[in-house]
Write a new protein. Structure first.
Length: 596
């Protein structure tokens, strides 16, 4: 099962950067840096090992970590389902249905921490199942504890398996009482599994080019691991919180798909009859990793088109947790068929497996082209187009992870445009980031030690570096420069120019005409629904809208319409967004704050 899934994922895996957190994680893995909080040390170290593979691009190599983890997850689910159901055929169906679930498949193709989380969670469940077969054996419980610790050093959502794990331990309490050292040993190996966090201060001390948090003390490490910059337990900022909890729960349920959802529900019935402890274990696992998370995530799915895409990644864990139930569901369907037809008991699974095999093949052929990322170069092309837009020695301020992360990869890993100084505007508020910029760019003038948006502000940064061309992606970090400077649309960036500088409208048109003709912008049909790729596509159209507006402001309506039409051709859905941005500063901020 693992080999079959791995082959499929390898063929459809992204060969390059893909929008989202992936470029951030790849950058940290390749240069042994520190990605965004909580630091993901286990993924970073494993990703670095994969980056050493002699195959394809660096990005593709790290993407193969996710391919491998989710392929192994499919294999572990198969082994778990075999032990629970006693049927290799039913377990095969369960594993293949998970492998071809569109959500699971699509997140197996890019460098992301969720695939490693899936693998570790499936291992924990497998070890617990093995332990329950003979609770007097200590080693499966210790392995489950160690794997849980490793899970915490990758993605904190594995903690939501805690109630199900505690239930399984409590159920075997009589055996554990006879072996009083078991629990202390389990706790010890759990703590041992947290050791990857020691990587973060080691990596930060090397001062890599990508070093989130600039960890220099135990207090710094705690701030990074606890995600204080993001508000601790909060998934998103307050501006995007709220909305209908029922919509989030519905999104969770729909992420399973009709086949998986139906068979899992039937599997619950079969598990209640034949494996009661796993019935309760699965309910607790789904209840906490799925339903509870959907409630506490507090993400308003109506706040942005990409909100559902952001949330769905977190529903991979409940899918993995309940995947073995599908094997039970297959058995229940077979039992019902056998009870109403003269099929021999030993052959009752054959027609069910055959019918589901057809369903699996239909899933494979109908989703392959839609999910395949092997030809997706949108993030790379965008980053290279941005860098090609800049004059030598430019200072580039960037707001928004979808735009920052590809640029960070290209400048830090591939050393594209080493003359450009890249600044993440939303990180300026951290003292650690100012210190890091000083160390990384000794020639950059930073007139303060702590940014406050008032005296120590964007204008101060501009005026301290006026000898450099200054460019901006997204909104400025504050409004301090508004009286003395204006943003001049220059393709994918806005150049910061003094108000005293007059630029004829013909220069606006000629400048942007040349840049747009050079860009490798994606075709609208190639942009994936509800992803940050829509933000990048809009970004390509923005300068055309701005030039058209400039022409319209001086009464040149014919020229304005030419530019407006060009913007519509680049991104057919951009007109409504552009007009909303002109009147709604919150939407303007939202477009660049991770696309939310």
């Amino acid at each position: 099962m693992a080999v079959a899934a791995g082959t499929l994922y390898f063929l459809t895996a992204a060969r390059d950067l893909v929008v989202g957190d992936s470029p951030d994680l790849i950058t940290a893995a390749v240069i042994l840096g520190v990605p965004h909080p909580p630091g993901y040390p286990l993924f970073t170290m494993l990703g670095h090992l994969f980056s050493l593979l002699p195959i394809g691009s660096l990005a593709f190599r790290v993407n193969l970590l996710s391919v491998t983890c989710d392929a192994l997850t499919v294999g572990i689910v198969f082994l778990t389902a075999v032990r629970l159901s006693g049927s290799r055929l039913a377990a095969t169906v369960a594993a293949l249905i998970l492998a071809l679930n569109p959500l699971f498949w699509s997140w197996s193709l890019v460098a992301e921490v969720f695939s490693l989380n899936n693998f570790l969670a499936s291992l924990v469940i497998y070890f617990l199942v093995v332990w329950h077969e003979r609770p007097e054996r200590m080693w499966p419980l210790l392995l489950a504890s160690f794997t849980t610790g490793l899970g915490f050093s990758n993605h904190h959502t594995i903690a939501l398996l805690g109630p199900a794990i505690f239930f399984s331990v409590w159920r075997c309490r009589a055996t554990l009482w006879k072996r009083p050292l078991t629990i202390p040993l389990a706790l010890a190996v759990f703590l041992f599994g947290l050791l990857p966090y020691a990587y973060i201060p080691w990596a930060a001390a090397r001062h890599p080019a990508w070093n989130w948090g600039n960890v220099a003390s135990f207090s710094d490490l705690l701030k990074l691991v606890s995600r204080q910059q993001y508000g601790g337990l909060r998934l998103i900022g307050a501006a995007y919180s709220g909305g209908s909890v029922w919509l989030r729960i519905a999104t969770l349920c729909f992420s399973f798909g009709a086949v998986t959802g139906s068979l899992a529900l039937l599997g619950l019935i079969r598990a209640y009859r034949s494996c009661r402890w796993y019935f309760w274990f699965s309910l607790l696992a789904f209840g906490f990793t799925g339903l509870l998370f959907a409630i506490i995530s507090d993400l308003n799915l109506e706040s942005a088109t990409s909100a559902a895409w952001v949330l769905q990644r977190f529903f991979l864990l409940p899918e993995v947790a309940v995947a073995p139930l599908v094997g039970f569901g297959v058995l229940l369907v077979a039992d019902v068929i056998a009870s109403s037809t003269p099929i021999a008991h030993g052959k009752r699974l054959i027609p069910v497996a055959g019918a589901l095999g057809v369903v699996i093949l239909v899933m494979l052929f109908t989703k392959y082209q839609q999910i395949d990322l092997s030809h997706n170069h949108i993030a790379r092309n965008y980053g290279e187009d941005v860098l090609a837009s800049l004059e030598p020695n430019s200072l580039l301020f960037v707001q928004g992870d979808p735009y920052l992360f590809p640029l960070a990869y290209l400048t830090s890993v591939e050393k594209v445009r080493p003359d450009v100084r890249l600044i993440a505007t939303r990180l300026l508020a951290g003292r650690w980031y100012i210190e890091q910029l000083r160390a990384q760019y000794p020639d950059l003038n930073l007139p303060f030690d702590a940014y406050d948006g008032e005296r120590n502000c964007f204008k101060a940064l501009i005026e301290a570096n006026r000898s450099r061309p200054i460019a901006l992606i997204g909104p400025p970090p504050d409004g301090s420069a508004i009286r003395d400077y204006f943003p001049y649309p220059h393709g994918l960036v806005q150049l910061i120019e003094p108000n005293s500088k007059w630029i004829p409208i013909e220069a606006y048109a000629q400048d942007n005409e040349q840049l747009l003709n050079r860009y490798r912008m994606p075709k609208p049909a190639d942009v994936r629904d509800q992803t940050f790729e829509h933000g990048i596509l809009f970004h390509y159209s923005l300068a055309a809208w701005q030039v058209g507006t400039k022409f319209e402001s001086v009464g040149s309506n014919t020229e304005a319409q030419v530019w407006y039409q060009r913007a519509r051709e680049i991104d057919p859905g951009s007109e409504a967004i552009y007009h909303a941005l002109l009147t709604d500063s919150a939407q303007f901020q939202g477009l660049y704050n991770g696309g939310l």
